[in-house]
Design a protein around this ligand. Structure first.
Ligand code: AGP
Length: 603
């Protein structure tokens, strides 16, 4: 995810900005840039890759003495990770940095292009600076032009803008994406998209709220919401950097579980419009002549793919097979050109998945990747790509990646259904409403986490875990078991609930823990019977369900819903928190479990 910094003061701005960006490196980025306004002139530098490349470019540049500056690390979402697409983006006398997504950037771009504005980048961000300069022509003050610009943007955004017209001010706005203003006793002013770059520099901070915008100089801070002036309440800033990088959570994995709601908002942004699914990444005609789909992936990405297998056949009415990439590679698969070959990968570098993609491409199949890292080997190779926009995932055990992969695959299924007209408008509208409710479903209630934390103490021993579920709750059971074994080192298996009686039930006794995903929307009575079969053999059972079931030894209650995907995402969070709390109690390094690597680039 992108990072933002800003500074007003007398110190060397390039150092403050680049050091600030370094504190945000943990968020992941593929390019970086700064712009410094001093003596009425703005100088800007951008570089792809690591911050050392930006340092190299700014080697000869100095900016001591009073001035202002903004900086940015970019994680590509709109347009490739190139220098032109890196921020800051420039107009004729202004520069902007931005986190988030401008949903209506196409409309704004078209409007400005018709007026003769020339765009250099492929980003949504560039429209902000040109729209601002266009508004400058018709508004009486710089701030009025900024305020008008802000009112014309839709989406999620944190923005800093500087302009030679007002050489002592930074203009800012925050909407659904974090942005913090901080200051110190020397009257220096700092901006950050997280605490980390502010710590050690500033003493007090104001965490902007959604919809707030304004400007700041060393003389004044003006803050507004809906054109009404507000008074900011600064509070003292925590001073522990590593704590700040984890946003106060104990582990990155915990932070990533909690950020799934906001990450999901970003993943969906611009892809769901009132009554239709828009996937601009799929070229026109791409789905023509496609009869079936084959998906290949590994690990968590494989579980997301298995989930999609159910949805694609049910919603899009298209035959779908899902294979583990390492198996697919060596089976001499029979491939036909009417098959769309899809690979799913967080890193885009997984060797087995990449090789599977090569096999399909060489056989002349159309290929699509669902991936989190732009410009990765898989993205470069596939014919089309849908980025999951999950931001960097630091925890080796994937959590938010799984959530966005499932959501994007679900959108893809709806997109095909729309294209093939296998869904009527009313059902599509209902699905869209459910899709848009998922960020809310992913919000974690304190009492749920507390309950899981408490009950986890009873699951630290025993001779194994079975996670069971039916339909899409079966791949979720596989993923729940994978999470637990990755970070707790306890033996756990995911199983289809109806399959237990065909062998695994022989293992059942009171020391065998069963985590049952009991959906109310999907095969409720059938799954219930399967749980009863295990209970009759004295298994210790934790049931995750909206419906109370008296044979449960432990119970985590989820919300009633009329749609299986809402249940799916809520239960997903419960299984993630369960794995996390068991592993923490066992004293394990949750973020870096033994024997595992984040990106598996070997066979
Ligand atoms: C999941 O927690 C693991 N990190 C692992 O299974 C991972 O999903 C797998 O190695 C595939 O990685 P990819 O998504 O980057 O291709």
């Amino acid at each position: 995810m992108c990072g933002i910094v800003g500074y007003i003061g007398n110190r060397e701005k390039k150092e403050i900005l680049i050091n600030g960006l370094r504190e945000l490196e943990y968020r992941g980025y593929d390019s970086a840039g700064i712009a410094v306004l001093k003596n009425n002139e703005i100088e800007s530098f951008k570089a792809t890759g690591k911050l050392t490349n930006l340092e190299e470019k700014t080697k000869e540049f100095t900016s001591i003495g009073y001035g202002i500056g903004i900086g940015h690390t970019r994680w590509a979402t709109h347009g490739k990770p190139t220098e032109i697409n890196a921020h800051p983006h420039a107009g004729s006398c202004s520069y902007v940095v931005h986190n988030g997504i401008i949903e209506n950037y196409r409309e704004i771009k078209k409007y400005l292009e018709e007026k003769g504005v020339i765009f250099l980048s492929q980003t949504d961000t560039e429209v902000i600076v040109h729209l601002f300069e266009d508004n400058l022509k018709t508004n009486c003050s710089t701030f009025a032009a900024f305020e008008k610009t802000v009112s014309e943007l839709h989406g999620a955004f944190a923005v800093l803008l500087i302009t030679a017209q007002e050489p002592d001010k930074i203009f800012f706005v925050k909407n659904s994406v974090p942005l913090i203003i901080a200051k110190n006793e020397e009257n220096e002013i700092f901006f950050g998209s997280a605490d980390a770059p502010l710590i050690g520099n500033a003493t007090n901070a104001y965490y902007l709220e959604d919809g707030e915008y304004g400007f700041i100089s060393q003389k004044e801070l003006k803050l507004y919401n809906n054109r009404k002036e507000k008074l900011p309440k600064f509070k003292s800033l925590a001073q522990d950097k590593s704590y700040a990088q984890k946003d106060g959570f104990r582990f990155f994995m915990e932070k990533e579980i909690y950020e799934q709601s906001s990450v999901m908002t970003e993943a969906l942004m611009g892809r769901v419009k009132e009554n239709q699914i828009l996937l601009d990444e799929i070229p026109d005609g791409f789905l023509n002549d496609i009869n079936d789909i084959k998906i290949c992936a590994c690990g968590t990405s494989y579980h997301a793919s298995l989930t999609a297998g159910y949805i694609l056949e049910r919603v899009a009415k298209i035959k779908t097979s899902v294979e583990i990439a390492s198996e697919f590679r060596y089976k001499n698969p029979l491939l036909t050109k009417e098959t769309l070959f899809v690979v799913v990968s967080q890193s885009g570098e997984t060797a087995d998945t990449l090789e599977a993609l090569k096999i399909a491409k060489n056989a002349g199949l159309k290929t699509l990747s669902i991936c989190n890292v732009d410009n990765s080997s898989i993205v470069r190779l596939a014919n089309a790509n849908i980025l999951t926009r999950t931001g960097i995932e630091k925890g080796v055990a994937s959590t938010k990646t799984f959530a966005t992969q499932v959501a994007i695959l679900w959108l893809f299924a709806l997109f095909i259904a729309q294209h093939k007209k296998t869904i009527d408008q009313k059902t599509l509208q209902k699905e869209i409403d459910v899709v848009l409710s998922i960020p809310n479903v992913l919000k974690i209630e304190n009492q749920t986490h507390e309950k899981i934390k408490r009950l986890s103490k009873r699951y630290l021993h025993g001779h194994g875990f079975f996670f069971i579920g039916r339909d899409i709750f079966y791949p979720l059971a596989l993923e729940g078991a994978l999470k637990l074994k990755e970070i707790s080192y306890l033996h756990a298996e995911g199983y289809p609930a109806g399959e237990m009686k065909h062998g695994p039930i022989a293992l059942v006794d009171s020391e065998l823990f069963t985590i049952a995903l009991l959906s109310k929307t999907t095969l409720f009575e059938k799954t219930k019977s399967n749980i009863e079969e295990l209970s009759a053999r004295d298994a210790t059972i934790l049931i995750i369900s909206p419906e109370d079931f008296d044979i449960a030894d432990d119970f985590v209650k989820t919300k009633y819903s009329d749609h299986q995907m809402r249940e799916f995402f809520e239960m997903m969070v419960v299984t993630q928190l369960f794995a996390l709390e068991v592993a923490i109690r066992l004293g394990n390094d949750v973020d870096m479990p033994r024997n595992l690597a984040k990106s598996v680039t070997v066979e």
